[in-house]
Ligand binder design. Sequence first.
Ligand code: NAP
Length: 282
Amino acid sequence: MATIIDGKELAQKMQSEIATEVENLKEKGLQPGLVVLLVGEDSASQVYVRNKERAAEKIGIFSRVERLPETISEADLLTKIAAYNQDPLFHGILVQLPLPKHIDEEKVLLAIDPRKDVDGFHPMNLGKLLAGEAEMIPCTPYGIMKMFAAYDIDLEGKTAVVIGRSNIVGKPMSILLLEKNATVTITHSRTKDLPAVARTADILVVAIGRGEFVTEEFIKPGAVVIDVGMNRNDTGKLVGDVDFKAVEPLVDFITPVPGGVGPMTITMLMQQTVEAAKRSQG
Ligand code: NAP
């Protein structure tokens, strides 16, 4: 029987620790602040932003959501970001992705002060991560590293396979695993015989965005499986990238969807906001 990695429970525990820290900081006159810029009406983004807002409120982080019209110009959005870069009330700035097509995402991410880039997507922060001097780390892989630590999953010398090479999940995940001395293979849509490569994995992290794609044939018995995917199946049910029912009996550890990686991502966003606030004091 696999141990189910309970991201919801771990997130709650970490969030209550962060809340205590925020309480202490407030007593010293420092209230961490987070602003989320939401452009347009994308329904998934609205849900994500609402969840972030709720978590911030619960933890005691001062938060603001700026809801901006779909039609906002790139220049106006950049002006907003420039103002928040200067605003001492906000230690974290997050621009919810995706942005409308007429806005250059790259330009927007570059405009955020790297010290306030709590999502960890700014090229400066990604570069620091690559150099082993990370300050802000993309929240999803960061949360996954906390899961390994909480469940005493040793990564040293292990074979890790990451499926997916996005800048926000797959690539930074690979670097973090490497830093913990795993031997890492990054795979993607052009990888030949992906199931065979995946079967070499002691640690398998899946972030591709295809519902229940990873089945028994991808699994080495006794592996640790982390499912980042969030997909709706034909019946509208939220499912991961891993076929949980088929895979769970074979592995030692597995994350569920929902209640696995998702809650940890939000938690790390809160933690990085607090860290940014503390660093802002010099
Ligand atoms: P993304 O930017 O779309 O990247 C997907 C990656 O998967 C790409 O590298 C792609 O390869 C690879 N891929 C797609 N189909 C594949 C296949 N058939 N075989 C092998 N590789 C394949 O996605 P993302 O932003 O990393 O997100 C991945 C999933 O995680 C999504 O379901 C997303 O909703 C979810 N997510 C969840 C959280 C959370 O907090 N739980 C956070 C972020 C993302 P190529 O590069 O070759 O195209």
